[in-house]
Design a protein around this ligand. Structure first.
Ligand code: 5GP
Length: 188
C-alpha cells in the first residue's frame, strides 16, 4: 500500500523522534517528510535531511504563496510547516509518508486526510520526566526548555483526539505498539 500518511505528534522530549527513526527502518515502504522551519540548525542537523532551514522571510514568502499544506508557529517566532512539494516528492515514489509534527499540525493533517492518515500521539510518562529528558538532551537553553515544558502541558490535553496514544515509558514496548498500529493501518 502506498500514499498513506502516518503522523507522529507529541510534546517535544516524549521520544517521538526515536520512534519515527525506528519505524522508518521497518519494512513499511515509508519515507520521512522533511519539514521546513525558520529555526536555526542544531547539532548535526542538515538542510534537506532533518529540515529545510529557511529564513523567517523565506518562510513568510512561502506562506503567502500558499506552498504549505499546514504550518504552525510552534514557538514564538519559530515557524514549522510541511510543503506541498514534499508530499508530492514522496507519493510520486509510491511510498507512504511519515510526519513528525506538533500536535496542532498533526490534527490538521488528520482532518484533511481522514482515513488515509493514522495520527499517533506519543505521550511522555509524566511532565517531570519530560523536563528531565530535555535537560539531559543538552540541545536547548534553559529558556527553551521552560517553553517546551509549558507547551507540553497544554499539548497533552489533545491526546484523546488522536487515533492512538502510545505512552513512552518503555521504549521497546512503545516501538512494538507503533509497529503494530502501522502494520494494521497499512493493511486496511
Ligand atoms: P524541534 O525544534 O524540536 O525540531 O521541533 C519542535 C516541534 O515542531 C516538534 O514538536 C516537531 O514535531 C514540530 N514540527 C516539526 N515539523 C513540523 C511541521 O512540519 N509542522 C508542524 N506543525 N510542526 C512541526
Amino acid at each position: 500500500m502506498s500514499g498513506k500518511l502516518i503522523i507522529f505528534s507529541a510534546p517535544s522530549g516524549a521520544g517521538k523522534s526515536t520512534l519515527v527513526h525506528h519505524v522508518l527502518g521497518c519494512e513499511f515502504n515509508l519515507e520521512f517528510s522533511v519539514s521546513a522551519t525558520s529555526r536555526a540548525p542544531r547539532g548535526t542537523e542538515r538542510h534537506g535531511v532533518d529540515y529545510y532551514f529557511l529564513s523567517p522571510e523565506e518562510f513568510r514568502q512561502k506562506i503567502d504563496n500558499q506552498e504549505f499544506i499546514e504550518y504552525e508557529e510552534v514557538y514564538h517566532n519559530f515557524y514549522y510547516g510541511t510543503l506541498r512539494t514534499e508530499i508530492e516528492r514522496i507519493t510520486s515514489k509510491g511510498k507512504n509518508i511519515v510526519f513528525d509534527m506538533d500536535v496542532a499540525g498533526g490534527l490538521n493533517i488528520k482532518k484533511q486526510y481522514s482515513d488515509k492518515a493514522l495520527a499517533l500521539f506519543v505521550a511522555p510518562p509524566s511532565i517531570d520526566i519530560l523536563h528531565q529528558r530535555l535537560v539531559n538532551r543538552k540541545t536547548d537553553s534553559p529558556e527553551m526548555i521552560a517553553k517546551r515544558v509549558a507547551k507540553a502541558d497544554f499539548e497533552m490535553t489533545f491526546a484523546p483526539k488522536f487515533d492512538l496514544v502510545i505512552v513512552n515509558d518503555d521504549l521497546e514496548k512503545a516501538k512494538k505498539e507503533a509497529e503494530n498500529a502501522i502494520c494494521e493501518f497499512l493493511s486496511k
